[in-house]
Design a protein around this ligand. Structure first.
Ligand code: RIB
Length: 294
C-alpha cells in the first residue's frame, strides 16, 4: 500500500500571455477552478498509474473541499484518513503563461493544521513494505513525526522536496528516497561541480536513492555508489501547462517502486507520465492514465 501524507488544495487558475510585471494590470485568457495540492495530485497520480493509494490530509468543512476531493473520490483513492478541521480548505492561486510555465501562491488553510498528532492517529498502521510519500506543503513537525513512524514500522519513506523550504532541509537525511527538481537539488547541495557529480556525492554520503527531475531534459537517477543515470524526456511539440508534472512524476515513480521495478525503469515510466501531464491544462485533470502511456 502507498500512503500520501500531504496537502489538498483547490486551484484557482488563470491563463495569461505573459506574467504581469510588478505594478502592471493585464487581461487574462481564461479562468478555471480545479483540484490540486501536491499531496492530492501525487495520490491521484499513483491511482491513475494503477496503484492502491490512501490519502492522509485535512480540508475545511466547506464547498471547496468537495471540489478539491472530487477527482480522488472518482478515481477510487482511499479517503478514509482524510479529515476536516476548522480552517478553510487550502487554496492555490496559479498563473499559467503561454510557455506553459506557472507561478503559484498558496493559502495553506487546513493544510497548516496537519500535525504530529494527525500523523500518529492516521499513520499508526503503516507497516514494512508500505511506501509513505511526502511533500513539503504541510507543517514540518507533522512531517518529522510521519517519517519517524515510517522508520519505526519499516515503511519506505519518499520525500519530494517541493515546495523548497530551508527549514525542511534536515528531512533529506531521514528518508529513504529523495526526489528534487534542479533548483531544489542545487539548494540542497550547492557547489561548482557539475550537477551529476554533486548528485553522486549526495547519494553516496547519505546512502540514499536520489532522483533529480530536469524539466524538459527528463530526470537523473543516482543510487549510492553508482554513477548518475540520465533518463531523457520525450520531446513535446507543445507544452500547454507544466502544473502538476512534478507531482505526476512522484506518483508514478512510487507506484513503480511499490511494484518492485528498479529505479531507472521506474524513472523512465515517471518521465513519460510527467511529459504527458504537460500536454493538458490543470494539475489533476492532466495526470495521465497508465493506458495513455501505453
Ligand atoms: O504542484 C502543483 C500544485 O502545487 C498545485 O496543484 C497547487 O495546488 C500547489 O500545491
Amino acid at each position: 500500500m502507498i500512503t500520501v501524507f500531504g496537502s489538498i488544495n483547490l486551484d484557482m487558475v488563470i491563463r495569461v500571455a505573459d506574467f504581469p510585471r510588478p505594478g502592471e494590470t493585464i487581461p487574462t485568457k481564461g479562468f478555471a477552478m480545479s483540484a490540486g495540492g501536491k499531496g492530492a495530485n501525487q495520490a491521484l497520480a499513483v491511482r491513475r498509474a494503477g496503484g492502491q493509494i490512501r490519502m492522509v490530509g485535512l480540508t475545511g468543512a466547506d464547498s471547496h473541499a468537495d471540489l478539491a476531493l472530487a477527482l480522488l473520490k472518482e478515481a477510487g483513492v482511499d479517503l478514509t484518513c482524510t479529515g476536516v478541521c476548522d480552517e478553510s480548505t487550502g487554496l492555490a492561486f496559479i498563473q499559467v503563461e503561454d510557455s506553459g510555465e506557472n507561478t503559484i501562491a498558496i493559502v495553506k488553510g487546513a493544510n497548516g493544521e496537519v500535525s504530529a498528532e494527525t500523523a500518529e492517529r492516521m499513520l499508526a498502521d503503516l507497516s514494512a513494505g508500505d511506501i509513505l510519500l511526502l511533500q513539503q506543503e504541510i507543517p514540518l513537525t507533522a512531517m518529522e513525526r510521519a517519517i519517524e513512524i515510517a522508520s519505526r514500522t519499516g515503511a519506505k519513506s519518499v520525500l519530494n522536496t517541493a515546495p523548497f523550504q530551508t527549514d525542511y532541509i534536515s528531512l533529506v537525511d531521514r528518508v529513504d528516497v529523495v526526489i528534487s527538481n534542479e533548483t531544489e537539488f542545487d539548494a540542497l547541495m550547492p557547489g561548482s561541480k557539475p550537477r551529476p557529480e554533486r548528485a553522486k556525492q549526495f547519494a553516496q554520503e547519505r546512502k540514499r536513492l536520489l532522483i533529480v527531475t530536469l524539466g524538459a531534459d527528463g530526470a537523473m537517477v543516482v543510487e549510492p555508489g553508482c554513477e548518475a543515470v540520465i533518463v531523457p524526456s520525450p520531446k513535446l511539440e507543445t507544452v500547454v501547462d507544466t502544473t502538476g508534472a512534478g507531482d505526476t512524476f512522484c506518483g508514478y515513480f512510487c507506484k513503480m517502486l511499490a511494484d518492485g521495478v528498479d529505479p531507472v525503469a521506474a524513472t523512465r515510466k515517471a518521465v513519460a507520465a510527467a511529459s504527458l501531464a504537460c500536454c493538458k491544462n490543470g494539475a489533476q485533470p492532466s495526470i495521465p492514465l497508465a493506458s495513455d502511456l501505453d
